[in-house]
Design a protein around this ligand. Structure first.
Ligand code: NAI
Ligand code: KPL
Length: 317
């Protein structure tokens, strides 16, 4: 398969480098990472060891590919979709947190699959990504049911040695992941604690409230996600990732914009459509957004501040 991975950061580089064991892969990312990949390929260390040499570019030129995998942060999804609009793909698949596939599907002609990833990835330095945990990619039709394109993409991932499940209940899986992230990410980021701190009150109860609210909104959206199922997913993730610093806490540590809009923000926005009140998610989202504005990584009305004008002036790579 010809695969384009749009968003060669931590997850995109890991997935792209692993896919390159079996397919022709092009990474779309930013310098200095892209230059380093062009010079010496990608080194994967940690839970998976590999060295591969995908092609890499900082500017997608509209070349056609069988599959485009989208792995930008959620606030860059619309821009990624606009860039991908120049190309033609048999299928596009998001591996992002949140409900990014809706944004992609609204902007692209190509069919869009839903996907989630529980692999852990961290870009250590340009050209070098660490796999911090072998998880699983789950992908399938955006609205549920079967889709031969999902089967083909699932096989392509498995052929490259990536643990992959093709699922027919992606709406529930996306909302279940959203419910877990709504509970874990903002609470750990605001309290500056590892996920394991949510095994005890008061963190546990706060996370459970956010998760319960999300499950309720999912049901209002027509997705079958019981409180019990969502809460048990929350418990499982907290226990399995006790020592983790959540992705949102890592963003806060690095003074980077977080994915709060795509997580608690999405819950609030969808709840409003159904005239539901989600006070815990509303408060968590407002606090995180206040932090982002205060740290200068978010404009007061929303939107990212260019990296060169943030307090640390760091590249977003
Ligand atoms: N890192 C991880 O272990 C996991 C991440 N995820 C999800 O995957 C998504 C990506 O996360 P990370 O890889 O951690 O983020 P990241 O910030 O490391 O990677 C995103 C990359 O996309 C690049 N990018 C954005 N717009 C671009 C453009 N227009 N042109 C070229 N490059 C562009 C950025 O420079 C950055 O390197 C998020 O939604 C995250 O929640 C999900 C599971 C695990
Ligand atoms: C599952 C969890 C909560 C693991 O930390 C995660 O997805 C994240 O940190 O974004």
């Amino acid at each position: 398969m010809d695969v384009l991975v749009f968003g060669a950061g931590s997850l995109g580089t890991l997935v792209g480098a692993l896919l390159a064991r079996a397919h022709d892969v092009t990474l779309v990312g930013r310098d200095p990472h892209v230059s380093r990949v062009r010079e010496g390929g990608v080194r994967v260390s940690g839970a998976v060891e590999a060295r591969t040499a995908p092609a890499a570019t900082t500017k997608y030129d509209g070349s056609a590919a069988d599959l485009a995998v989208v792995a930008v942060k959620s606030f860059d999804t619309a821009a990624a979709a606009d860039a991908l609009g120049a190309g033609s793909f048999e299928v596009v698949c998001s591996l992002q947190n949140g409900l990014a596939e809706e944004t992609l599907a609204a902007r692209l002609d190509a069919p869009v699959l839903a996907g989630t990833a529980t692999y852990g990835a961290r870009l250590v330095e340009p050209g070098h990504v660490e796999c911090t945990g072998v998880g699983r990619v789950v992908l399938g039709a955006r609205s549920g049911g079967t889709d031969p394109r999902a089967e083909r993409v699932g096989k392509a991932f498995r052929d490259a040695g990536i643990e992959t499940l093709v699922a027919s209940d992606m709406p529930r899986r996306l909302w279940e992941k959203l419910a877990v992230n709504a509970g874990v990410n903002a609470v750990t980021a605001l309290a500056r604690v590892e996920n394991g701190a949510l095994t005890d009150d008061p963190g546990r109860e706060l996370a459970r409230r956010a998760t319960r609210e999300t499950a309720r909104v999912a049901r209002a959206e027509g997705v079958s996600l019981s409180n019990r199922r969502a809460l048990s997913a929350l418990d499982e993730v907290v226990t399995a990732t006790e020592a983790n610093r959540s992705s949102m806490l890592q963003d806060v540590d690095d003074e980077k914009r977080t994915e709060v809009d795509a997580i608690n923000g999405t819950v609030v926005e969808r709840a409003e459509r159904h005239r539901l009140d989600v006070p815990t998610n509303r408060t968590l989202a407002a606090l995180l957004r206040t932090w982002e504005v205060g740290r200068g990584v978010r404009k007061a009305g929303g939107g990212s501040v260019p990296p060169e004008s943030t307090s640390r002036g760091e590249s977003r790579q």
